[in-house]
Design a protein around this ligand. Sequence first.
Ligand SMILES: Cc1cc2nc3c(=O)[nH]c(=O)nc-3n(C[C@H](O)[C@H](O)[C@H](O)COP(=O)(O)OP(=O)(O)OC[C@H]3O[C@@H](n4cnc5c(N)ncnc54)[C@H](O)[C@@H]3O)c2cc1C
Length: 334
Amino acid sequence: MVQGKDIWVVVEHGRGRLKKSSLGLLTEGKRLVAKLGGSLCAVVIGQQVEGFIDTLAQYGAHKLFLLQDSQYEHYISEIYTDLLASLANEYHPGLIVLAATYQGKDLASRLAAHLNVGLASDCANWRFNNQGYLEYIRPVYGGKVYATEIYHSPFIQIFTMRPNVLDIDDPKDSSKPEIIPIKITLNHSIQRSTVLDFLPADPATIDLSEAEIIVAGGKGVGSAENFRLLKNLADLLGGSLGGSRVAVDSRWIPSERQVGQTGKIVGPRLYIACGISGAIQHLMGMKDSQRIIAINTDKNAPIFKIADVKIVGDLREVVPAICCRLRREKYETA
Ligand SMILES: Cc1cc2nc3c(=O)[nH]c(=O)nc-3n(C[C@H](O)[C@H](O)[C@H](O)COP(=O)(O)OP(=O)(O)OC[C@H]3O[C@@H](n4cnc5c(N)ncnc54)[C@H](O)[C@@H]3O)c2cc1C
C-alpha cells in the first residue's frame, strides 16, 4: 500500500519551459495526495532548473528535488534512470508518476525494471477500489477495451498518464516549497549513448499526441485518394495527418493516426477537421485543441459547435483553395 508516502511527479521540460503535461501531473498529484496523504514532490533534473521552482509550487508541489548539473543537460536514459533510482532508494516515495510521452515512457519502464517494481503505463485514469487499492485504468488492444490493473507491491508503484487527458488547475499563490538539492556522483560507466544533435521531428511520423498542427479527415473525405489533398495541406503547414475512426476503418490512414476516445487524445495548436461530423467519441480526443477549423458540407454538423472557424463547403474544393493560397503566400514572401 502506498498510503501516507510521498508522491513524486517527474517533471519534463525543454527549451527553458515546463511541459504542459507536467503541470497536469501535478494536478493529478494533488488529487492523489488528498486521498493518500503524504507530500506532493516534483523531481526536476536538468542543467538550469531553479527557474521552475515558483511555478511548480504554484501548481501544487510541496517539495522539490532539484538535480541540477551541467552533466544532466540532455535526457540520457541510462543516466536519468540511475539518478532517479538512487533518489528513490534513498527517499522511498509511494508513487512515482510520469507523463506517457516518449521520454516518460522510456524512463518509467527502465526505472521500474531497475527498482524491480510494477509499472502501469499509458493510463487514462485511476481510482480507488473498495479495499482501498489504487486501480490504474489503461486502454489496451489499440484502445478497443480498457484494462484495470492493481499492484499489491508494498514498495514503490510507478505509472505513466496519457499527456493530453490531464486537466490543469489554475496556479495559486503558495507557501514556499521545501527545496532539496541533490548531488549524485554519476556512474559514467553505465552511459551508452551521447546526444550529438537535435533534429526537428518529422510531422509525418511524430506521435499525434505531441503534434502541434493536425489536419484530420473523416468519412466525408470519401477515399484514400482524396486524403492526398489533406496530406498536401499538412505538408504546407508542417502538420501531421490524423483522422476519425471511420477513416481508419476504411484504411485511408493507419490506426495510430486515429483521434478520439479509442485513439489518440491530442492537444495541438491547430486542428483542422475535414469531413468529420463531430461524434462525441471523436470530440473527446481533440476538443482541447487550441484552435479548431472545421470544414463540412452540413451547416448543422456538431463539429461546428466547438470550431473557432467554420467553413461550410465541400472539402474537395475548400482544401485545395487553402493550399493554393498558402503556396501563393509562401511564394510572395520567399
Ligand atoms: C465505443 C466507441 C468508440 C469510438 N471511438 C472513436 C474514436 O476514437 N474516434 C472516432 O473518430 N470515432 C470513434 N467512434 C465512432 C464515432 O461514434 C463516429 O462513428 C465517428 O467518429 C464518425 O466519423 P466521421 O465523422 O468521419 O463520419 P460521419 O459521422 O459519417 O461524418 C462525416 C461528415 O462528413 C461530412 N461530409 C461529407 N462529405 C463531405 C465533403 N465532401 N466535404 C466536407 N464534409 C463532408 C458530412 O456532412 C458528415 O458531417 C467510436 C464509437 C464507439 C461506439
